[in-house]
Design a protein around this ligand. Structure first.
Ligand SMILES: Nc1ncnc2c1ncn2[C@@H]1O[C@H](COP(=O)(O)OP(=O)(O)OP(=O)(O)O)[C@@H](O)[C@H]1O
Length: 225
């Protein structure tokens, strides 16, 4: 964890579509997120928030600019290198938890351990499940869990490989107010404890109090909120 410097996007420009339908989804975006920091990204629909997560997670490569994770620039990597880097250093949490229907909570985490090359220094699935308050539901499958519980398992799964960067897309979209606070509080705590640089896209202004910082995205440009 000592060689961590977090996430650094510099001069990132992403264009999507082609011809007349070309859209500048990200326009010269700069963003740094330190290890242990939780940064919220807000902004209207179509502003470029998903595009930001996609470049930060090495799912897409920007037309211009650099995307650094712990000082390594992801934009110069081959597709294969990026996939490996993503698997080993970046965690994703999606709106609905995106869990595998047939697997229990514990099995969701064990599967990650099995697929990862970094098994030796990964987290212990049962311990991590206990950390996120889900030990008592280790044997439940996703359809037997509430939305908030599914998110907890999704967060634990994303942290299994000790990622440097955690990318979270609308984690409270399907949750009521109390559950939303619980889930973002958990994210804030895990961010600190595991020293991960976390970016959370949200429409939910009620949960911003748990974040270290907020930035606003409008028309592909980022400004301090
Ligand atoms: N594959 C694509 N081809 C062309 N344009 C696209 C494509 N994907 C997204 N866009 C456009 O790029 C811009 C940014 O989209 P993006 O999905 O990043 O916004 P967003 O802030 O995440 O929106 P939302 O809050 O609705 O999810 C929008 O104008 C969108 O219409």
């Amino acid at each position: 964890m000592n060689d961590r410097t977090g996430l650094a996007l510099s001069g990132v420009t992403v264009r999507l579509g082609d011809g007349d339908a070309m859209v500048t989804a990200l326009d010269d975006v700069n963003l740094t997120v330190a290890p242990g920091e939780l940064v919220a990204v807000v902004g209207p629909s179509g502003a470029g928030k998903s595009s930001l997560l996609a470049v930060a997670g090495a799912l897409t490569v920007p037309e211009k600019g650099t995307v650094g994770v712990d000082g390594r620039d992801l934009t110069g990597m081959s597709v294969k290198q990026r996939a490996a880097y993503r698997r080993d250093h970046i965690g994703f949490v999606f709106q609905s938890g995106n869990l595998i229907p047939a697997l229990t909570s514990l099995e969701q985490l064990r599967l990650v351990a099995k697929l990862s090359n970094r098994r030796a220094d990964g987290r212990d699935p049962a311990e991590l499940l206990a950390d996120v308050g889900m030990a008592h539901k280790a044997d439940r499958r996703p359809h037997q869990l509430s939305g908030g519980e599914r998110q907890r398992v999704g967060i634990a799964r994303a942290l299994m490989g000790r990622p440097s960067v955690l990318l979270v897309d609308e984690p409270t979209a399907a949750l009521d107010r109390a559950r939303s606070h619980d889930v973002v509080q958990l994210l804030a705590r895990e961010t600190k404890e595991s020293g991960v640089a976390t970016v959370m896209v949200t429409h939910d202004h009620a949960v911003l109090e748990h974040c270290d910082r907020m930035v606003e995205m409008i028309d592909g440009r980022l400004s301090a909120g």
